[in-house]
Design a protein around this ligand. Structure first.
Ligand SMILES: NC(=O)c1ccc[n+]([C@@H]2O[C@H](COP(=O)([O-])OP(=O)(O)OC[C@H]3O[C@@H](n4cnc5c(N)ncnc54)[C@H](OP(=O)(O)O)[C@@H]3O)[C@@H](O)[C@H]2O)c1
Length: 330
């Protein structure tokens, strides 16, 4: 089997490599899964660079948190899964064509779904939905503002917000994505060319001041969101694409009661009740089958071309996600 690993932190295309290992055998409650699709997310690249900011990782390490695979061997005590069933592995270290999972960590994929869309259905759509529903109470007609709006998370925020009767102001850094975001349901799209006063542009774009801002960029971009929010509004920082921590004007914090908080899906999973998780997964499966989660794919690379794949994923200006593919015949 093939596995991607990095032995030290650094430029992903430099430090990632493929190693060959013997095919692993499942223990009694485990299944062996041949990954057919593996996702590449900004968090994977940041963790290779050593900039993710979560718990330190033991090296060497294998990235990857999203995958779709087929069970090809089951342990003697496995009851829920059979050879040939499609699963959406839970956990991590999925940039490998073969993984061993406890059967609990291998929920079945919804029937008849496209493997690529299934691999993408949990992390980003789940983050978008929870940020709209779990952070502040929003009512029909309320406005939400976000940056990095043409990211996969951002596109899902726009689509879910439209379904919930919310309005969105969306900040992007290139004009060629405006039409696609409007087609998703974006009310206002602002292109940040570095020349506009974003705080003012957001206030002018929204019919009423937003109560919630979703920030994936950090640095000064956070301050622009804070300046535009309604008094008492909340910014949820969930990514640091600029590489800088959030910067807020103290006057917005002190005199206008703007709150900065974080959102991390991993933490949500650590603390959510089984009922809440079931609700979330049920919602995402419904939205997948309705076509709401449909995500563009810019390119696919076999796992063996991991260096090209991560270099592509790390470049700006993509039109969709970069996916890794496992061996078709395995
Ligand atoms: N906290 C959580 O639980 C959680 C969960 C999932 C995702 N995330 C975060 O959500 C963010 C988006 O992830 P994704 O998978 O949806 O992304 P994605 O689809 O891979 O797209 C990346 C996006 O980031 C934009 N971008 C990159 N660098 C930027 C910068 N310096 N300033 C502004 N925009 C920048 C790109 O814009 P261009 O198209 O113009 O290049 C693109 O829209 C990431 O920060 C990720 O870590 C967080």
């Amino acid at each position: 089997m093939k596995r991607a690993i990095f032995r030290e932190h650094g430029d992903p295309a430099q430090v990632i490599e493929i190693i060959e290992e013997p095919d692993p055998q499942p223990g009694p409650k485990e299944v062996r899964v041949r990954n057919k699709v593996m996702t590449i997310n900004p968090a994977d690249l940041l963790s290779i660079e050593g900039k993710y900011g979560a718990e330190p990782i033991d090296l060497p390490a294998t990235p990857g948190v999203g995958a779709y695979g087929i069970v090809d061997a089951v342990g003697t005590s496995v009851t829920r899964l059979a050879v040939g069933e499609a699963v959406l592995p839970v956990g991590g270290r999925f940039w490998a064509d073969t993984v061993i999972l406890h059967e609990r960590m291998a929920p079945k994929a919804p029937k008849g779904v496209d493997p690529e869309q299934a691999a993408l259905m949990r992390a980003n759509p789940g983050t978008a939905y929870l940020m709209l529903t779990d952070i502040v109470a929003l009512s029909h007609g309320d406005w939400v503002v976000q940056n990095a709006s043409n990211s996969n998370v951002g596109r899902m925020v726009i689509r879910f917000a439209r379904e919930m009767g919310l309005h969105t102001v969306n900040i992007v850094r290139r004009a060629d994505v405006v039409d696609a975001l409007k087609a998703d349901g974006a009310d206002v799209v602002l292109v940040d060319d570095g020349q506009v006063d974003l705080g003012q542009a957001i206030r002018e774009g929204a019919a009423s001041a937003p109560k919630l801002a979703l920030d994936a960029v950090g640095g000064a971009a956070t301050g622009a969101l804070g300046a535009a929010l309604a008094d008492g509004g909340t910014i949820a920082t969930y990514g640091l694409l600029s590489g800088e921590g959030p910067q807020l004007d103290a006057r917005d914090v002190v005199f206008r009661d703007i709150t900065l908080r974080g959102f991390w899906l991993f933490h949500w999973y650590r603390t959510a009740t089984p009922d809440k998780m079931r609700d979330l997964h049920g919602f995402l499966e419904r939205k997948l089958s309705e076509g709401v989660l449909q995500t563009d794919v810019d390119a696919r690379y076999p796992l063996a071309r991991i260096k090209d794949a991560v270099a592509h994923a790390g470049r700006g200006g993509r039109n969709g996600k970069i996916l890794l593919t496992g061996d078709e015949n395995a």
